[in-house]
Design a protein around this ligand. Structure first.
Ligand SMILES: Cc1cc2nc3c(=O)[nH]c(=O)nc-3n(C[C@H](O)[C@H](O)[C@H](O)COP(=O)(O)OP(=O)(O)OC[C@H]3O[C@@H](n4cnc5c(N)ncnc54)[C@H](O)[C@@H]3O)c2cc1C
Length: 482
């Protein structure tokens, strides 16, 4: 079987690793034996590292502890084992776990991919895919064609859009990564406006600070809500949910509702002796509370024994993706209305960044502008219109990532082609779904997912499911040539 993987980020590496292991188990696999071959396409200068994990400043950190960064969905220790003794050098006392720069994590991605490549039946074509025909003839931007029997899209969600039409304006940084390059020419005393207030905005602010930036920094967003701050994760023997579990949601099947999930959370907190009213009151304040005040409290709560927020964060990545497609539309709409809060809960900042952001707020160097209406190029720099009036900025950095389900710029022609050829269909909630059994979609482009960006566990979980589907076909050779 000729498998074409389009995109060489973490999804592709997880898939290659799962295929290589399945092949080794069956004695036929990718990398051993000539029967199956895999071609991976990606023009990125650092293949295997995807969008987030290219070499960059040391201030650009992974956002989660090692157990959640493993490329093997069935082996949570795979990344920690790779890190080995090096982990001690990155130990973060606030998180209680190693926290490496994302560029370092990229080395793990590279090495895992290289192992899968070593067998010889996997090759990388450093080209962008621009189309695929009904008989799976893949076209790359250099005009070449490649025949495949199966296609797996692993294209991620791409780079930021240009919400204020500023592309090309002097002083505008449309895509902040790698920050080592994009911040290089920012004068130390410049006033910098960062569009967005999520994790990428945090990366930009703490990286400016790490470079010794002295000028004012503003976060410009609609609501001004920052990501929550990670609470130190429970250790391996720590608390595991008893009620708010995927098994409980599976048991509900199509009868799942938000009210029933809420009941599971209540049962969980009751068993722990925690009062749900406390977390509810805290979350109710998220949209209106002063971001610095909220941040200070969250930094103080990093070690709290209370489980409520940890449970909610975990549920966003476990229970929610399972329940989402089954929930009544009215419940999905309720969740969409609270999407900013859900995203800030699901993807918190690491405590060390919480502390850095707090220092910046408290020193007066950083502030948050909410209700931003316009950002326009001025004679020199930019003018920002927001609820509090107008503001000037020398530099504007766009830190708004496309939502899951977005088609990356680099994959627009390809996706249009797949839709035209009837190989995939748009999902009403965004993203696409395969409409041909020879096509697979792994990662945030897959339609029918909630609005939360997938972390590594979800991406590699989906990659492993795709690997299983492909290897099942290895056992049924008649299916391999369409
Ligand atoms: C800034 C940032 C930081 C993050 N940090 C974390 C973190 O610390 N922990 C975590 O768990 N998750 C994190 N995430 C979530 C992240 O989505 C996943 O970790 C992961 O990168 C998703 O992998 P992917 O392979 O699906 O997509 P990507 O990483 O986006 O990779 C997609 C690849 O496809 C290629 N591609 C696109 N179109 C084409 C085409 N037409 N032809 C060929 N190639 C193409 C691109 O060049 C790219 O290399 C982060 C996300 C972002 C944006």
């Amino acid at each position: 079987m000729r498998i074409a993987i389009i995109g060489a980020g973490p999804a592709a590496v997880g898939l290659l690793d799962a295929l290589a292991r399945a092949g080794a188990d069956a004695g036929v696999g990718v990398g051993v034996g000539a029967e199956h071959e895999v071609t991976v396409f990606d023009p990125a200068p650092y293949p295997w590292r995807g969008r987030p994990y290219a070499p960059d400043m040391d201030s650009v950190l992974v956002n989660v502890p090692p157990a959640l960064m493993s490329l093997r969905h069935d082996d949570g220790g795979h990344y920690a084992d790779w890190l080995g003794e090096r982990g001690a050098g990155f130990f973060d006392p606030l998180l209680g776990a190693p926290l490496v720069p994302r560029g370092r994590y990229g080395e793990y991605l590279e090495e895992t991919a290289e192992k899968a490549l070593a067998g010889g039946n996997v090759r990388l074509v450093p080209e962008r895919v621009v189309g695929a025909s009904r008989d799976l003839l893949i076209r790359t931007a250099d005009g070449h064609e490649h025949r495949a029997d199966r296609i797996v899209l692993c294209v991620g969600s791409g780079t930021p859009a240009d919400p204020y039409g500023l592309d090309g304006a002097p002083g505008y940084i449309g895509d902040p990564y790698p920050l080592a390059r994009t911040l290089e020419d920012v004068p130390r005393d410049a006033s910098v406006l960062i569009i967005g207030s999520r994790l990428t905005a945090v990366d930009v602010a703490v990286s400016l600070a790490a470079r010794g930036h002295g000028g004012p920094i503003s976060l410009a967003s609609r609501g001004g809500m920052l990501p929550h701050v990670w609470q130190r994760p429970n250790g391996p023997d720590g608390y595991r949910p008893q009620f708010l579990t995927t098994d409980a949601v599976r048991a509900m099947g199509p009868d799942v509702t938000l009210a029933k999930i809420y009941d599971l959370l209540c049962a969980e907190l009751d068993a722990l002796g925690e009062d749900i009213a406390e977390i509810e009151a805290d979350l109710r304040g998220a949209a209106t509370e002063d971001p610095a005040v909220r941040l200070r409290r969250q930094v103080e709560l990093v070690n709290t024994p209370a489980q409520a927020r940890r449970l909610l964060q975990q549920a966003c990545h476990t229970v929610m993706p399972l329940a989402w497609p089954l929930l009544p539309e009215a419940d999905r709409e309720t969740l969409r209305r609270h999407s900013r809060l859900a995203v800030s809960l699901a993807s918190p900042m690491v405590p060390v960044n919480g502390v850095r952001m707090l220092e910046l707020f408290e020193s007066g160097q950083l502030d948050s502008l909410s209700g931003v209406r316009s950002i326009v190029g001025a004679a020199s720099g930019f003018e920002v219109g927001w609820d509090g009036g107008t503001r000037r900025a020398d530099i504007v950095v766009n830190a708004v990532n496309p939502p899951p389900g977005s088609v990356p710029h680099a994959a627009v022609e390809l996706v249009d082609g797949l839709l035209r050829e009837g190989l995939a269909a748009r999902h009403p909630d965004g993203g696409i779904v395969p409409s041909d059994p020879r096509v697979h979609v792994v990662g945030d482009l897959h339609g029918g997912r909630p609005f939360l960006t997938s972390g590594i566990p979800e991406v590699v979980g989906a990659a492993a499911r795709t690997a299983r589907a492909l290897t099942r076909e290895w056992a049924a050779p008649s299916l391999t040539r369409a």
